[in-house]
Design a binder for this molecule. Structure first.
Ligand SMILES: [Zn+2]
Length: 337
């Protein structure tokens, strides 16, 4: 059930009706069911986006060509150093963030038996720690949970996700045709666009009729089955996230030809592509990286509408404002934790 109705500026656009999992977790209407709802955007995901926003444009010379994530891990040599490439500053910040998360979260393993102590913990971790209480050997379950979380921060996120996205065969496909002196927002949004559109349900009105009736250009009205997320089993559609249709949403239209909506969720946006959703431990896809570089270059947590309709700010708010106001991207080992 929607809990938040956000009116669009234009009277011919529908409201954005969001489920309780899309509002900030400090909001009285926030509700989230770890077992039944899609994965929450974890604090580390918001922070990594802010890291890449602060890190600045990523050039072709930053991208890996030969890296194979299978079997790679922290015991191996840093692939950038190995191949004589300069590492993107945003990635260096993100690796520092992963290490700091382990310190931030250490307290929750001590407080696992106390619901008040877990109130600020990331939703998934809090859920897993509550489960530890009910096992025959809680201490052992806690140790296993901690090891699992460490593996996520130390191996899965950097080595199997971020490094993989920072390859010419991944992020490179979105910037391949970008020419000119910068890889900033202007150049990136020439080949890739953020399009404001009205997304209709598949059993709702037909798009041309809806466009005519609401005096909208038919180019910016689409059924969710016509979006690229409908082509992949693991890619969620807006309605699967509980977003009421018709909805004004921001659609990423990419150089590769695909169109994936950004779904308002966990106080930010999540890309609906299959890479992001095929494995729940992945925290960033190439589209979200592009969005971070664009937003960072424009110095805002809101993605721009580069074409189409003026969708509500909530449909463009890429990062949680609360986390944006507290997170400081920095190089590992420098400054205070
Ligand atoms: Zn994506």
């Amino acid at each position: 059930m929607p809990c938040r109705n956000i009116r669009s500026d234009a009277s011919n656009l529908p409201s954005l009706s969001l489920p309780p999992g899309a509002v900030a977790d400090g909001d009285a209407t926030h509700e989230y069911d770890v077992a039944g709802d899609p994965p929450a955007i974890e604090p580390v995901e918001h922070e990594i986006r802010l890291d890449f926003m602060a890190g600045g444009p990523i050039r072709h010379g930053h991208l890996l060509t030969e890296y194979n994530s299978w079997g790679s891990g922290p015991d191996d040599r840093d692939p950038w150093r190995k191949h004589g490439l300069s590492k993107p500053p945003g990635l260096t910040y993100a690796e520092g963030t992963c290490r700091r998360r382990l310190d931030v979260e250490a307290q929750y393993y001590e407080l696992y038996d106390d619901d008040r102590g877990l109130a600020d913990a990331p939703a998934f971790l809090a859920h897993r720690l509550r489960q530890c209480r009910t096992t025959d050997h809680p201490e052992e379950a806690l140790r296993a949970e901690r090891t699992r979380r460490e593996n996520w921060y130390e191996t899965l996120i950097p080595w199997l996700n971020l490094y993989q996205v920072l390859k010419r065969s991944s992020y490179g496909t979105l910037v391949a045709d970008v020419v000119g002196p910068t890889y900033g927002a202007g150049a990136l949004t020439t080949e890739n666009e953020f399009v404001g559109m009205v997304v209709l349900g598949d059993d709702g009105p037909e798009s041309e009729g809806y466009a005519r009736e609401n005096e909208l250009s038919a180019e910016y009205v689409v059924r969710e089955s016509e979006l690229s997320c409908a082509e992949h089993e693991s890619a969620p559609s807006p309605s699967e996230y509980g977003i009421e249709l018709p909805a004004p949403l921001l659609i990423g239209r990419y150089a590769s030809g695909s169109r994936y909506p950004f779904l308002p969720w966990s106080d930010g946006l999540v890309c609906s592509c299959p890479y992001k959703h095929d494995q729940p431990w992945r925290v960033l896809c190439k589209h979200e990286l592009l969005a971070a570089i664009v937003a960072g270059d424009m110095d805002t947590i809101f993605l721009p509408v580069t074409d189409g309709l003026s969708v509500p700010h909530r449909a463009r708010r890429f990062v949680s404002p609360d986390i944006a106001s507290t997170h400081t991207p920095r190089v590992p080992g420098r400054g205070q934790p």
